[in-house]
Design a protein around this ligand. Structure first.
Ligand SMILES: NC(=O)c1ccc[n+]([C@@H]2O[C@H](COP(=O)([O-])OP(=O)(O)OC[C@H]3O[C@@H](n4cnc5c(N)ncnc54)[C@H](O)[C@@H]3O)[C@@H](O)[C@H]2O)c1
Length: 466
C-alpha cells in the first residue's frame, strides 16, 4: 500500500466507524460489502471452519474460536499426527466432529462446505496454503508473518483480490480495543502533541529449541515430503531462512505495524544491525536493532519521524511495548495490558479529555515516611523540578497508567477472529486485510536486507503496492 493510500485508509476508518461496524473492527479496507452477496449477510449465520496448522498458535486460535457462537469446526489439517490428533480430540470434547487431514489440498478438495480456513502453519507455507484455500472459494485467516518472501506475500494479495474472498492477516493488535483507544489518544486527542519519535522493543528470553515429545517424530520420508531435512528444523523452523523471516518478522512485525498504523504512513528508509551472537546452529539473527524514518504530514508540511526498534532473544527485561513520543507527551502501549501508560509534559495544556482521565486516574501513592522527611527539608527553589524527578524516578510531568478499555477482558486473539467472522457474516471491514499485511511485510523483511548490506535502505512508495 502506498503512503497516500495508507493515509486515506486512516482517515476513512475512524474510531467511530470502528465501534459502529463491529465490536472490534479497525483500520482496514471496506472490502467485504462488495465481495459478499446480500443473501450471504447474516450476523449469526452458521459457518463451517477448517484449521490448517494446529501447533502452538493454531491451538490458541482454536481455543478462542470455540468461544464464538455459530461456528462449526469440521476439518483439521496438520502434517504432524501428534498435533492433528490433539486438535481433533479437543474439538470432540466440545461436540465438533472434525475430520483430520495431513494434506491441505485433500482437505480443500473434500470439504466442499467449508466457509473459511484458519491457517497457522509456519510462515513459508502461508502463501501456497492460503492461495489454494482462496481459490477453493474459502475466506482465510492467515497468521503473520504473511510470508517470508515479498513475492509470495504479493501473490496472496492478488489471490484475495481475484477470488473476491476475505484474507485477514494475524496482526491481532489491529482488532484490540485497547490499541484503538491508544490510536484515538495519539491521533485525535493528540496526547503526545506532534509525534516526533517512536520506539519499540520485544525483549525476550525463551528456550530456542522447542523440542518435541518422545515417540512423536515424523519419519524421514514425511519430513522430506514437506520440505524439512530434520525433526529439529521442523520444530524450530522460525530460526531458519528457508522457513521464516527471523525475529524482526516473527515479533517485530506486530509492533512495527503499529508504528505504520498510528503514523498513517509507510516508512521511507531503514538502517539496521544484528547478528547470530548468542546461539549456535541457527541462521536468523538472535538480535536486531533498526532505525526507521517516516515522512509524516504536520499541518500541511512534510516532517520526518524517526524511530528505533529492537528485538533480542536473551533477556526479557523491559518486556515488549511500543512508545510514541511528541512535543507534549508520550504514550506507551503493549499487548501486555499491565505495561505502558501516558505522560504529559508539565507545560502541556490540560485538555478536556485529560481532565477526564485525571479524574479517573489512581492517585499517586503517599511517599514513605523516610521520604516525607526528606521532602520537607528546606530546599532551593531552583532544585524543585529535579527533586520531583528524583522522587518519582522519572522526568516531571503528569502520569497516567496503562491504557484500558472498561469492560474489555478478552484474550488478545479473540477480537481479531471475531472481526474476521463478522466480516464474513455481515460485510463489516477487516482490521488487517491482505494489503495492510503486505505493507507490514515490506516494512520488516527489508530490515534483514539492511543488516546484510550494512547500509541505509530507502523504500520507494510503489514498493508498498501489491
Ligand atoms: N499472532 C501471534 O501472536 C502469533 C504467535 C505465535 C505464532 N504465530 C504464527 O503462527 C504460525 C504458527 O506458529 P507456531 O508457533 O504455532 O508454530 P508451530 O511449529 O508450533 O506450529 C505449526 C504447525 O503447522 C504444522 N505444519 C507445518 N507444515 C504444514 C503443512 N504444510 N500443512 C499442514 N500443517 C503444517 C506443524 O506440524 C505444526 O503443527 C506462524 O506463522 C507464526 O508466525 C502468531
Amino acid at each position: 500500500m502506498s503512503h497516500a493510500e495508507t493515509k486515506s485508509v486512516m482517515r476513512a476508518v475512524s474510531r467511530r466507524d470502528f465501534l459502529r461496524s463491529t465490536a472490534i473492527a479497525g483500520a482496514g479496507f471496506v472490502l467485504a460489502p462488495t465481495i459478499l452477496g446480500a443473501a450471504e449477510k447474516s450476523a449469526d449465520k452458521e459457518l463451517n471452519i477448517g484449521f490448517i496448522g494446529v501447533g502452538t498458535e493454531g491451538q490458541i486460535l482454536l481455543q478462542n474460536c470455540l468461544k464464538i457462537p455459530g461456528l462449526k469446526f469440521i476439518a483439521v489439517c496438520d502434517i504432524w499426527p501428534y498435533n492433528q490428533g490433539r486438535a481433533v480430540r479437543l474439538l470432540k470434547k466440545y461436540k465438533h466432529e472434525a475430520k483430520g487431514y495431513a494434506d491441505y489440498q485433500e482437505m480443500l478438495d473434500t470439504e466442499k462446505t467449508l466457509d473459511a480456513v484458519i491457517n497457522a502453519t509456519p510462515d513459508w507455507v502461508h502463501a501456497p496454503i492460503s492461495i489454494a484455500a482462496l481459490k477453493a472459494g474459502k475466506h482465510v485467516y492467515c497468521e503473520k508473518e504473511m510470508s517470508n518472501t515479498l513475492e509470495q506475500a504479493k501473490a496472496m494479495v492478488v489471490a484475495a483480490k481475484e477470488t473476491k474472498r476475505l484474507l485477514q492477516i494475524g496482526h491481532q493488535r489491529r482488532s484490540n480495543p485497547r490499541y484503538h483507544a491508544a490510536f484515538d489518544l495519539a491521533t485525535k486527542k493528540k496526547c503526545c502533541g506532534n509525534i516526533t519519535y517512536v520506539e519499540g522493543q520485544w525483549n525476550r528470553s525463551k528456550r530456542l529449541d522447542v523440542g518435541w515429545p518422545k515417540d512423536s517424530d515424523l519419519d524421514e520420508a514425511t519430513l522430506k515430503k514437506y520440505g524439512y531435512d530434520t525433526m529439529a528444523k521442523f520444530r524450530n523452523w522460525r530460526w531458519y531462512k528457508k522457513f521464516a523471516g527471523g525475529p524482526i518478522a516473527d515479533l517485530g512485525s506486530h509492533q512495527i505495524d503499529i508504528f505504520n498504523w498510528f503514523l498513517g504512513a509507510s516508512p521511507r528508509a531503514v538502517m539496521a544491525n544484528g547478528g547470530v551472537d548468542n546461539y549456535e546452529g541457527i541462521e536468523w539473527y538472535d538480535n536486531i536493532s533498526a532505525i526507521y524514518e517516516w515522512n509524516v504530514d504536520r499541518g500541511g508540511k512534510t516532517k520526518v519521524v524517526r524511530g528505533f526498534y529492537k528485538v533480542i532473544s536473551t533477556s526479557s527485561s523491559g518486556g515488549y511495548a511500543e512508545t510514541f513520543l511528541g512535543d507534549e507527551g508520550s504514550m506507551t502501549i503493549s499487548e501486555n495490558d499491565k505495561q505502558g501508560g501516558m505522560r504529559r509534559e508539565q507545560e502541556a495544556p490540560m485538555a478536556d479529555w485529560e481532565k477526564e482521565l485525571a479524574k479517573a486516574a489512581p492517585k499517586p501513592a503517599e511517599p514513605a515516611k523516610e521520604e516525607t522527611k526528606k521532602a520537607e527539608a528546606p530546599k532551593k527553589e531552583a532544585d524543585a523540578d529535579v527533586e520531583v524527578a528524583a522522587h518519582t524516578g522519572f522526568s516531571p510531568g503528569r502520569y497516567y497508567p496503562a491504557i484500558t478499555v472498561p469492560g474489555f477482558n478478552k484474550s488478545e486473539h479473540l477480537p481479531h477472529i471475531e472481526n474476521f467472522v463478522a466480516a464474513i457474516r455481515t460485510g463489516s471491514p477487516l482490521s488487517c486485510p491482505a494489503e495492510v499485511g503486505y505493507d507490514t511485510c515490506v516494512t520488516v523483511l527489508r530490515v534483514n536486507e539492511a543488516v546484510e548490506a550494512q547500509k541505509r535502505i530507502e523504500f520507494k512508495p510503489e514498493e508498498f503496492k501489491a
